[in-house]
Design a protein around this ligand. Structure first.
Ligand code: CDP
Ligand code: CDP
Length: 220
């Protein structure tokens, strides 16, 4: 079975997707991490982020892989562990520019479909239900208010030991949502057969339970 979880930044997709995968013993695939890894490589190589051809070449050459460890899923570029670096501010602020290019998306979407062929998967991203796995048996679209999403990121930052300005976080989230929703290729949009869940006032456990209930109800 394939489960697609889409939605805007900080709606809770990866946290919830990981728990669903664990509970069902499925493989979790974080497609955002792939766009982030490519963005990190492009920044390190000094590639102009508007240069679709060069970025398309880079996405053909790059070897992105995942490994599961006790401290969570690890992401590698050519066997170098980049799990922490791909969450850097500079990557976060540039990833939607890289992800808008058709040549880039063609390559990464192919990789994602290959990963999904291996068996039961929970995949999260922006275009999983609409484009990567349109035949996914279960599709969910998580949303939450911008205020709540900025608050979540703020809390995460505090836990990592640094403070952040809520208004800047809101601006960054709005800007990324806008770029992701308005791009021409595979924009962020809810699939017509997805279940929308507003997580604004729900706990992680409540969202996970809502999804597990929906999966069980439909399969009975
Ligand atoms: O976790 P967060 O919401 O910060 O983002 P992410 O899932 O790591 O994705 C980072 C960025 O990659 C998104 O803002 C999109 O620009 C892009 N992305 C995409 O275009 N398509 C996907 N399937 C997944 C991510
Ligand atoms: O993957 P995405 O960007 O959609 O979001 P995430 O990184 O999974 O979640 C962002 C933050 O919100 C995490 O720190 C979660 O613990 C938190 N969260 C929450 O507080 N309540 C929820 N219902 C879901 C997530």
């Amino acid at each position: 079975m394939k489960i697609a979880i889409d939605g805007p930044a900080a709606a809770g997709k990866s946290t919830v997707a990981k728990q669903i995968a664990k509970s069902l013993k499925y493989v979790y695939i974080d497609t955002g991490a792939m766009y982030r890894a490519l963005t990190l490589a492009a920044l390190e190589n000094g590639i102009d982020l508007e240069d679709e051809n060069l970025l398309g070449e880079l996405s053909k050459e790059i070897d992105i892989s995942f490994e599961n460890s006790e401290s969570g899923q690890q992401v590698f570029i050519d066997h170098r562990n980049v799990t922490e670096e791909i969450r850097d501010h500079q990557v976060t602020n540039n990833v939607s520019i890289v992800a808008k290019h058709k040549f880039v998306r063609n390559e990464l979407v192919n990789m994602q479909r290959q990963l999904a062929e291996k068996g039961n998967v929970v995949m999260d991203g922006r275009d999983i239900g609409t484009n990567v796995l349109p035949d996914a048996e279960k599709k969910f679209f998580l949303i939450a208010s911008v205020d709540e999403r900025a608050e979540r990121r703020h809390k995460e930052n505090l836990e990592k030991g640094f403070s952040s300005d809520i208004e800047s976080l809101k601006d960054e989230i709005r800007r990324r949502d806008q770029l992701d929703s308005e791009r021409e290729t595979d924009p962020l949009v809810m699939a017509s057969d997805a279940i929308e869940i507003d997580t604004t006032s729900l706990t992680i456990e409540e969202v996970v339970q809502t999804i597990l209930d929906a999966i069980n109800t439909k399969t009975q």
